[in-house]
Design a protein around this ligand. Structure first.
Ligand SMILES: *Cc1c(COP(=O)(O)O)cnc(C)c1O
Length: 333
């Protein structure tokens, strides 16, 4: 997967995705002492950037493929369901019970078959692999796939065009598909750019893996940044090594810090952004970012449960036990 693959992906997905745009944030620029640009990708079709990778991967399927299968924390499943439907293909999405109900419903509403399996992303992954093998479906994973990474990289091309002199980009980091694609595209154009991964402190699989020097498993826990949950796969073949090569720093955030990011985006920027999409802003608010030039902050998704959003805006600083119980019935085990 190279910058050339990302350029090819851009031509392939251009008609099916919405181009992002960067808007300056006066409040955050003041706080940083450097220009901060919020990149509106949460307004992407299906509510998250994942439509880019899913659309690119579906466009690259061998003709005659009957359908696609995946395991997803929600946003990839929704994106893949949309991309498959656009081409008249069947989509089966395996979700763990950690995935919030609003995201399950959204995947069903697009017309995909939803299978609820287990209590971790890894359980859902095993089921998706079984289905793909048994029913001849193409397995399109959420991050560890060259076509998915190249598709996510198209967001990096847009950011590099909009703010060519950026000193840093704050990339929400989970399985690293977004990071790998965006950092590959942006560093090809500007090698001095710092690419910073941002994640929640609870169950940050990529960060643990970077420290260990190889993919490691972590215990998943409910987080406001639910779309950043899940492991990176012990047999990770693509995203981990690219992240390892290109990452300049990792910032890990507490739940109250993530809540503050969501709250700031709503109250000051007038944007509804989910936890996983708000971590870049949260990192700035927490005083964890230093940069001497413009900082790009992609807002990666908007798919937050609106009841949860309302309670965060009202001052709640994390998941209440009822919400945690609802999304993760056996979180204590
Ligand atoms: C999937 C997702 C991420 C993280 O992307 P990875 O490729 O898994 O690192 C960040 N933000 C949102 C909203 C997502 O859905």
């Amino acid at each position: 997967m190279s910058a050339t693959d990302i350029l090819a992906a851009r031509r392939r997905v251009a008609r099916d995705i919405r181009r992002s745009f960067a808007a300056p944030s006066a409040a955050l620029s003041e706080r940083m002492g450097a220009p901060v640009w919020l990149v509106h990708e949460h307004q992407q079709i299906t509510g998250a950037f994942k439509l880019r990778g899913a659309t690119n991967a579906v466009a690259r399927l061998r003709p005659g493929t009957p359908g696609v299968a995946t395991a997803s924390t929600g946003n990839h499943g929704r994106a893949l369901a949309h991309a498959a439907r656009a081409r008249g293909l069947r989509a089966v999405v395996c979700l763990s019970r950690l995935v919030p109900e609003n995201k399950r419903a959204a995947v069903r509403a697009i017309g995909a078959e939803v299978r609820l399996v287990g209590h971790s992303q890894d359980d859902a992954q095993v089921e998706a692999e079984r289905l793909a093998a048994e029913e001849g479906l193409a397995l399109i994973p959420p991050f560890d796939h060259p076509d998915v990474i190249a598709g996510q990289g198209t967001l990096g091309l847009e950011m590099a065009e909009d703010v060519p002199d950026a000193a840093a980009v704050l990339i929400p980091l989970s399985g690293g598909g977004l990071f790998a694609g965006v950092a590959t595209a942006m560093k090809a154009l500007n090698p001095r750019l710092r690419a910073i991964g941002v994640s929640m402190a609870r169950g940050a699989a990529m960060s643990e893996s970077l420290r260990a020097g190889r993919p490691v498993a972590v215990t998943e826990a409910p987080s406001l940044a639910d779309s950043l949950g899940g492991g990176i796969g012990l047999d990770n073949r693509h995203s981990f090594s690219v992240v390892q090569d290109l990452i300049d720093d990792v910032v890990l955030l507490s739940e109250p810090e993530i809540a503050a990011g969501i709250r700031h985006l709503y109250a000051e920027e007038r944007q509804i952004v989910e936890g996983g999409g708000a971590v870049g802003v949260a990192a700035i608010l927490a005083g964890r970012i230093a940069a001497r030039g413009p900082v790009l902050v992609p807002l990666t998704g908007s798919n937050i449960d609106m009841g949860l959003h309302a309670s965060i805006i009202a001052g709640q600083d994390g998941l209440q036990s009822t919400e945690a119980a609802e999304t993760c019935p056996q979180s204590a085990s």
